[in-house]
Write a protein that binds this ligand. Structure first.
Ligand SMILES: *[C@@H]1O[C@H](CO)[C@@H](O)[C@H](O)[C@H]1NC(C)=O
Length: 193
């Protein structure tokens, strides 16, 4: 009787373990971040671009080597907006996905953009999001932090090789603001002459 009970328990345990082994895949969370210190532009001015409803259109113009097109699937560029992203075929890693502006917080100057369909979710990721945070460091200076949060299912770790810390978007936005200022300065000089 005791033996029968014990072997039943062992069989049950083996069944549960093998079952769990298949069902509960191991999730591997990680993140990568980059920071760009900007010495001549205020946090407010940088945030105005990052939070702008027009950013999806602008960023295709500023980074033509990265983006082929960005279509708005729903929303008006504010929190909740869903975009269809298509990268240029010369990029490595996933080339197309849907992403959502899940948070645009004007108080903390934080924008969270999460892939919700396709992209990294098709190659063994259960989470892939970019968080942009603009931190004030002075009246006319700030730090642009870009964090990439992701969770990979065990067995799909090779997908992580597509992820690198990148300052590209921060550089593009900063260059755009500086160029705009120079243009405005020239325009105002021309006006006053
Ligand atoms: C998203 O873009 C891709 C590639 O440009 C296109 O094939 C697809 O139909 C688009 N999806 C939607 C829902 O518009």
């Amino acid at each position: 009787m005791a033996f029968a009970k014990k072997s039943l328990f062992v069989v049950l345990a083996v069944f549960l373990l093998s079952h769990l082994g298949c069902e509960a895949q191991v999730q591997l969370p990680a993140n990568v971040w980059s920071e760009l210190a900007v010495a001549d532009i205020s946090a407010e001015d940088v945030w105005a671009i990052y939070s702008s409803p027009g950013l999806p259109r602008l960023i295709v113009e500023l980074m033509p080597f990265r983006f082929q097109r960005i279509d708005v699937l729903s929303g008006d560029g504010t929190q909740g907006t869903i975009l269809n992203i298509t990268l240029q075929p010369t990029n490595s890693g996933p080339l197309t996905w849907h992403e959502q502006f899940v948070e645009i917080n004007h108080r903390t100057r934080t924008k969270v953009v999460r892939q919700i369909n396709g992209g990294f979710l098709n190659i063994g990721f259960t989470l892939y999001e970019n968080i942009f945070q603009i931190r004030k460091t002075g009246r006319n200076s700030c730090v642009i932090r870009a964090t990439n949060n992701f969770i990979i299912l065990q067995g799909s770790e090779s997908g992580a090789s597509f992820i690198t810390a990148s300052w590209r978007m921060a550089y593009a936005v900063v260059d755009y603001i500086r160029a705009n200022r120079a243009n405005n300065y020239l325009a105002s000089k021309t006006d006053s002459q």
